[in-house]
Design a protein around this ligand. Structure first.
Ligand SMILES: Nc1ncnc2c1ncn2[C@@H]1O[C@H](COP(=O)(O)OP(=O)(O)OP(=O)(O)O)[C@@H](O)[C@H]1O
Length: 364
C-alpha cells in the first residue's frame, strides 16, 4: 500500500515559491511565484535566458536556498526548511568538482565509502555505474587525464551511484564544445532512461532542452511562462516571449475579421479569430514561390532581402508590404527550386494549421 502511494506522488512539487534577496538595500525578486509538479522518473528542464531565476529555483529544490515564501515538497513531504544533506537529491554542476588527486574509481566510490557501505557492495555499484556512463576500463585515470566529456561522466556517475531519488543538473554541459555537447545530450537521455531517476535540468539552450526533456518550464523574469512538452512549446508557444526564445519565429500582428487577417496585400488564415491577434508562424512551415500559389492557404506578398546559405537549408529574410520582416527556411533538398534572390518579389504561403494565435503577454 505504501509503495502504491509513493508511486502516485510527484517527485518534486513547488507551490507558490518566491525568493527575494536584499541587494544594496533593495529587495530583488529572483523567483516571483513558481508552482509546478515534476513526476517521478521525468526528465524535466528549467529553460530561460540568463537571470530568469532557473538556478535559484533549482537551488531551492536542492535546499541550498530557502524560499522567502511558498512550499517545496519532495515525494509528498514538505522539505521547505530541510537542509540539503537531508534531502534525497543530488546535484551536478558545470564545474565537475572532481577530486583531482583521486582516480576515476575513487572519485565515484567516495560517497559510498563515507557512508561505510560494505566493500563488496561498493565494488558492484561503482562497477555498474561506470558501465552505464561508458567509462568501464578507465577506472585508474585521474581527472586531468580525461576529456571534458569524460570528466562530466565521472561527475554524473559519482552523483548517481548514491541512488538519489532525483538528480539536479545545473548547465552540466556548458563547458563542452558544441559537438561534444550534442553527443552528451543523447548520452544523458540514455543514462536517465536506464537509471529511471528523475532529472531536473537547468539550461539556457533551447535545443538542449528540446532534445532531452519530457517536459520543459520556460522561465522569464522569475516566472514560468509556459510548461509543456517540447513539441507543444515549439508548436504552440503561449506568449511572444516563448515563441521568440524557442527557435526562430515570425510574429504577425493585426486585426482579424471572420478568421482572416489582412496583411501587407495578402491574407493570413486564423480560423475562428476576430479582433486584434498576434500569430506565430515557424520559418520552416513557410513556402517561398515566385508565382502566387492557389488554394486555401495563407498567402502574403513580399520582397526578398538577405539570403543566407546554411548548408542543409537557406534562410530568407522577406519584407512584407507593411514593413514586417519574415524569416523563411527552405530545405536544400535535391529537388528544391531555390530560385528566389535578393530583390525578387515573392509569395509566402502556409497552411492554416501552421498559424498559431498566441496570448497577449509580451516581453517588456
Ligand atoms: N544572492 C543573490 N543576491 C542578490 N541577487 C541575486 C542573488 N542570486 C541571484 N540573484 C538575482 O536573481 C536573479 C535570478 O538569478 P538566477 O541565478 O536564478 O538566474 P539564472 O536564470 O539561473 O541565470 P544564469 O543562467 O545566468 O545562471 C538574477 O537577477 C540575479 O542577479
Amino acid at each position: 500500500m505504501a509503495e502504491l502511494n509513493r508511486a502516485e506522488l510527484n517527485a518534486i512539487e513547488l507551490d507558490g515559491v518566491v525568493k527575494e534577496y536584499l541587494s544594496h538595500g533593495e529587495v530583488v525578486q529572483a523567483v516571483k511565484g513558481v508552482t509546478l509538479d515534476i513526476a517521478e522518473g521525468e526528465f524535466f528542464s528549467l529553460l530561460g535566458p540568463s537571470g530568469c531565476g532557473k538556478t535559484t529555483t533549482m537551488r531551492m529544490i536542492a535546499g541550498f536556498e530557502e524560499p522567502s515564501r511558498g512550499v517545496v515538497r519532495l515525494h509528498g513531504a514538505d522539505v521547505t526548511n530541510v537542509p540539503p544533506n537531508k534531502r534525497d537529491v543530488n546535484m551536478v554542476f558545470q564545474s565537475y568538482a572532481l577530486f583531482p588527486h583521486m582516480n576515476v574509481w575513487d572519485n565515484v566510490a567516495f560517497g559510498l565509502k563515507q557512508r561505510r557501505t560494505p566493500q563488496e557492495e561498493i565494488r558492484r555499484r561503482v562497477g555498474e555505474m561506470l558501465e552505464i556512463v561508458d567509462l568501464g576500463g578507465r577506472e585508474k585515470r585521474r581527472p586531468r587525464e580525461m576529456s571534458g566529456g569524460q570528466q562530466q561522466r565521472v561527475a554524473l556517475a559519482r552523483a548517481l551511484v548514491n541512488r538519489p531519488r532525483a538528480l539536479l543538473l545545473d548547465e552540466p554541459l556548458g563547458a563542452l564544445d558544441l559537438k561534444l555537447r550534442q553527443a552528451m545530450q543523447i548520452e544523458l537521455k540514455r543514462i536517465q532512461r536506464e537509471v529511471g531517476i528523475t532529472f531536473v535540468y537547468v539550461t539556457h539552450d533551447q535545443s538542449e532542452a528540446l532534445t532531452m526533456s519530457d517536459r520543459i518550464a520556460v522561465m522569464n523574469d522569475g516566472l514560468v511562462e509556459q510548461l509543456g512538452g517540447p513539441r507543444e512549446i515549439y508548436e504552440k508557444p503561449a506568449s511572444a516571449f516563448v515563441a521568440g526564445f524557442i527557435g526562430t519565429s515570425n510574429l504577425l500582428t493585426g486585426v482579424a475579421a471572420g478568421g482572416v487577417l489582412e496583411l501587407g496585400g495578402g491574407r493570413v488564415l486564423v480560423p475562428g479569430r476576430d479582433g486584434e491577434v498576434t500569430v506565430t508562424v515557424r520559418p520552416e512551415k513557410i513556402t517561398i514561390s515566385l508565382d502566387k500559389p492557389d488554394g486555401d492557404v495563407s498567402v502574403v506578398p513580399g520582397t526578398v532581402g538577405e539570403v543566407v546559405y546554411l548548408g542543409t537549408y537557406n534562410s530568407y529574410a522577406v519584407r512584407l508590404g507593411d514593413g514586417t520582416e519574415v524569416t523563411v527556411f527552405q530545405q536544400n533538398a535535391h529537388d528544391a527550386t531555390t530560385t528566389a534572390e535578393r530583390g525578387d518579389p515573392v509569395w509566402l504561403s502556409w497552411p492554416a494549421q501552421h498559424s498559431y494565435a498566441i496570448g497577449s503577454r509580451t516581453t517588456p
